[in-house]
Design a protein. Structure first.
Length: 195
């Protein structure tokens, strides 16, 4: 037997199903999980070494500095010394969310959190950071599994290799003018070579 509550529920459910189908077909619906890996080399001078955290602080010729994790495969990390000029190989892994050209991209931001606790003679600490950065798509090559992007304010065009199968399947949907929002990034030094 149909009652008023049943009819209202059926009407609401029908509206949600129809709205969901329209949303799923929307060209501006975000595509999550386009993962990329890019490797590059740079010359830098080591300004600090932290063996416990397995990081190096690097000063580049253009005046910028960066603290970078050193991957476990770098066997000569113990020989890295402050003042050494080196060529570093860097592996950058990023995960992006894709939005169409008419979608509003999230505001760029950076957040870091650190916490420490002690219990008796034991101590523990945790730190984390998240940054949201936006890129504008300048080119896509689905057959080569690459995507080229630039920051909205301009600068160097960078080309990333799309590494995950799901992201590769989505590449034909990506068009120049779309926005990519980086939702996670992992940058690690994978080789240190004395110059």
């Amino acid at each position: 037997m149909f009652n008023r509550r049943y009819l209202i529920s059926a009407a609401v459910a029908g509206s949600l199903v129809a709205g969901g189908a329209a949303l799923a077909q929307s060209p501006s619906q975000p595509i999550v999980g386009i993962s990329t890996t890019t490797t590059y080399a740079a010359e830098a001078r080591i300004t600090a070494v932290d063996p416990a955290a397995r990081t190096v602080t690097l000063a580049f010729a253009n005046g910028t500095t960066a603290v970078r994790k050193v991957g476990p495969a770098v066997a000569n990390f113990a020989q890295a010394k402050v003042g050494d000029t080196v060529i570093i190989a860097v592996e950058e892994k990023d995960t992006f969310v894709l939005s169409g050209p008419n979608a509003k991209a999230p505001r760029a931001s950076s957040t870091s959190v650190a916490a420490a606790a002690t219990t008796g003679s034991q101590a523990a600490a945790v730190a984390g950071s998240q940054s949201v950065g936006n890129w504008w798509v300048t080119g896509v090559n689905p057959s080569a599994n690459t995507i080229s992007v630039v920051k909205p304010a301009g600068g160097e065009v960078r080309t990333f290799n799309v590494t995950n199968p799901v992201g590769r399947e989505q590449l034909p949907r990506v068009k120049p003018g779309d926005y990519l929002t980086a939702i996670s990034s992992d940058i690690a030094v994978v080789a240190i070579t004395p110059k």
